[in-house]
Design a protein around this ligand. Structure first.
Ligand SMILES: Cc1cc2nc3c(=O)[nH]c(=O)nc-3n(C[C@H](O)[C@H](O)[C@H](O)COP(=O)(O)OP(=O)(O)OC[C@H]3O[C@@H](n4cnc5c(N)ncnc54)[C@H](O)[C@@H]3O)c2cc1C
Length: 405
């Protein structure tokens, strides 16, 4: 027979949202579990570029909106956590870069110079001298300007490990074939897993794209009727090479969105992986992987004619960004948390906004006090593991080794 475990809060979904929330909720004395039907972080979180930004990239449009000001405080808040002085001790998480660069190639250079030098951005975006350029751009053939922003880039694998370690043994694996969520007209009545029934007082949906299907069930019980998910598909590009050059930068093109956003990660064989997003990933949605790879090669050859990518290995990866449904497909600029009865529905909308999500959920819980004791969950209930990042797994050859084409 299954144990019944009463818990204050069950969180469904173990990406950054679920992991952040369990940490701050447990600190407030709530007993919690995270329910994950695959691997922790294995969807958007480990496929994100890990950029913790304060909204400055929106300045590419030439203005800073009030919405973008609202995330301006996030990098400092993360920095506090990463140095062990914030709400969650993230000292174990690795910072990949303390700054993010911005470069404008050739003819685009002048368009942005005046704006970036403006009073509003002074101190937040600085123009660099050639000697301080990131090594990938420090070449005499490079024509353009390079700026430095005070955004940072975190290694998402070690971030997840830090969050899991501090929350303790509370990450339970949900088997879609045999486990069940039982709904009633206030939200989730129970979650029936192998060898344990979880009975939460409140349930938080933090399942990213998977929240859509969970909401379909909630809607059938007249819960959270007006909340729906919207998906924005992307096809990102991974480029494994042995050229060195760790680059964390946005390339500015003709539009107000980055033409290319590059972050750098470590492959298991010591090579580097440049992870390419930005406009190319949006255009990549309608391309076959081979077309995207050809477009990516041509883009890199154009932007870095002094680097030889002929030996590099390219791979496309498709992923949907999941956000609350809005009137148009514009990007939301705040974390989203909405409560109906005993159900809270969340989308951080950006990794950056996890602390904002935490604040919003705490507000929705005002007056809800911890009452259940945290009890151990029996060992026979399977646990969810942390997923591997794509740069650790994408380039494994058939013989089990990694290597170049
Ligand atoms: C390509 C890409 C790049 C990005 N880059 C950045 C960036 O640089 N900076 C930034 O701030 N943001 C970035 N983002 C956005 C950011 O990654 C997401 O907003 C954030 O990771 C979402 O976290 P989440 O926990 O809501 O969702 P996810 O990370 O998707 O996690 C949801 C979890 O729920 C689980 N799940 C799904 N259904 C169920 C179910 N029925 N039962 C149990 N579990 C379930 C999934 O397996 C998954 O583990 C990027 C997003 C993408 C796609």
């Amino acid at each position: 027979m299954n144990d019944t475990v009463h818990t204050d809060i069950a969180i469904i979904g173990g990406g950054i949202a679920g992991l952040w929330l369990i940490n701050i909720l447990q600190q407030q004395g709530f007993s919690c579990v995270v329910i994950e039907n695959n691997e922790l972080g294995g969807e958007q979180t480990l496929l994100s570029q890990g950029i913790i930004h304060g909204g400055l990239k929106y300045a590419l449009g030439g203005t800073l909106s009030s919405e973008s000001e609202s995330i301006a405080g996030m990098p400092d808040r993360w920095r506090k956590n990463l140095s062990g002085e914030g709400e969650i001790d993230l000292r174990r998480a690795k910072i990949l870069s303390d700054t993010q660069h911005l470069w404008s190639a050739g003819s685009m250079a002048s368009r942005f110079t005046t704006f970036f030098a403006s009073k509003m951005l002074r101190g937040r975006i600085n123009k660099l001298k050639f000697d301080n350029y990131p090594t990938a751009l420090r070449n005499k053939r490079f024509k353009g300007n390079v700026y430095c922003m005070d955004d940072l880039v975190v290694d998402t694998s070690s971030l997840l490990a830090a969050l899991v370690e501090q929350a303790g043994d509370r990450f339970l694996k949900f088997d879609d074939r045999s486990d069940k969520i039982i709904w009633n007209d206030s939200g989730v009545e129970s979650i029936q897993l192998a060898h344990v029934n979880i009975q939460p007082r409140i349930t938080i949906l933090a399942a990213g794209a998977g929240t859509g299907a969970l909401l379909n069930d909630a809607h059938q019980h007249d819960v959270a009727k007006n909340i729906n998910v919207q998906l924005r598909p992307l096809q990102m590009l991974l480029v494994q090479h042995n050229l060195g050059h760790r680059l964390y930068a946005h390339c500015i093109g003709a539009s107000n969105k980055p033409r290319l956003t590059i972050t750098t990660h470590d492959a298991t064989n010591g090579d580097l992986v440049w992870y390419l997003g930005g406009d190319i990933a949006e255009r990549g949605v309608d391309m076959m992987e081979s077309e995207l790879i050809a477009a990516g090669r041509s883009e890199l050859n154009q932007l870095f004619p002094w680097l030889d990518f002929s030996e590099a290995v390219f791979s496309g990866v498709r992923i949907d960004r999941a956000e609350p449904k809005q009137d148009s497909l514009i990007k939301p600029d705040n974390a989203y948390a909405m409560r109906d009865k005993n159900l809270i529905v969340t989308w951080p909308t950006k990794l950056t906004l996890a602390p904002d999500l935490g604040d919003r959920v705490m507000q929705l819980l005002e007056g809800f006090l911890p009452s259940e004791k945290r009890v151990a969950i029996n060992d026979s209930t399977p646990r969810a593991r942390i997923a591997n990042a794509k740069w650790e797994t994408s380039f494994v050859d058939h013989d089990g080794t990694t290597g170049h084409e």
